[in-house]
Design a protein. Structure first.
Length: 268
């Protein structure tokens, strides 16, 4: 397996450039901030961007936890990529990651200054330091469960500001826990209000009787009791309401909705 290192200071656009670099060099997989990404999918690992402190993030990126390391090593052996790109802030860091995962020495080191302009690195620094945004080189839907409750958007939405970085597919932006000023919580009343807004747009739903929310590690479970109006087929109306409610909740709160159970209390 050919092992590459992509090296640059924090916030200079390494993760953003990783996908483009892999396409150019035909590199099959990436190690980035504790994640093993292979063929455009998160296969194993825990993202450092989920950690509550910067120290915790560094430890995760270096695979210091044995279970985390073992899971990732097993996934690499199973996937058997022909090549892998390790992203780090220094030569020493990528060497430590390679040694920790037992994937051999770095065969080629690529520095961010070699593949980007100063203007591009300035944009990356501004996104990091002013907005607290971090790029992960996979599509947003791949991160849905791992980053439930985190503000997460596809890089596609940053097109206007990114300017010359036109190849923006297969990347996502998150705001890590340690970049927040305080904790981020969504009350059950907010969820109920969102469901009520969906009801007002749906003539078939007469009343929301109850909304219950259970917070899980990888998202939320929601229970909704509602009264429907007669007219359209009930199963079709209920399914449409469920889909719309899930879409709105995920869009407005960044939580992954594992399930939304709908109880029809009655018809009027």
């Amino acid at each position: 397996m050919k092992v590459y290192g992509l090296i640059g200071k924090s916030g200079t656009g390494k993760s953003f450039q990783a996908v483009n670099l892999c396409k150019e060099r035909n590199i099959e997989s990436i190690i980035d901030d504790g994640l093993f990404i292979c063929r455009n999918k998160v296969v194993a690992g825990i993202s450092a961007k989920r950690q509550k402190t910067k120290v915790g993030a560094v430890k995760t990126a270096l695979f210091t936890d044995d279970d985390h390391r073992d899971e990732t090593v097993a996934a690499i052996r199973k996937m058997k990529p022909s090549s892998i790109l390790i992203i780090g802030t220094s030569d020493r860091m990528v060497d430590k990651i390679a040694a920790r995962l037992g994937i051999g020495r770095i065969g080629e080191s690529i520095y961010i200054e070699e593949i980007t302009t100063e203007a591009q690195r300035d944009i990356a620094r501004r996104q990091r330091h002013e907005m607290g945004q971090h790029v992960i080189p996979v599509p947003t839907f791949q991160l849905k469960r791992q980053f439930s409750g985190y503000f997460m958007i596809p890089v596609r939405r940053l097109l206007k500001e990114l300017g010359p970085w036109r190849d923006i597919s297969e990347k996502s932006v998150v705001r890590p826990t340690y970049s927040y000023l305080g904790n981020y919580e969504i009350s059950e009343k907010v969820m109920a209000d969102i469901v009520e807004c969906v009801r007002r747009e749906n003539r078939q739903v007469a009343e929301i009787n109850r909304v219950g929310v259970v917070r899980m590690q990888d998202g939320i479970d929601i229970y909704v009791a509602a009264t429907f109006r007669r007219g359209e087929r009930l199963d079709e109306a209920a399914a449409r309401f469920q889909r719309t409610a899930v879409e709105r909740i995920e869009e407005m709160t960044s939580f992954n909705v594992n399930r939304l159970d709908l109880e029809v209390r009655g018809l009027i």
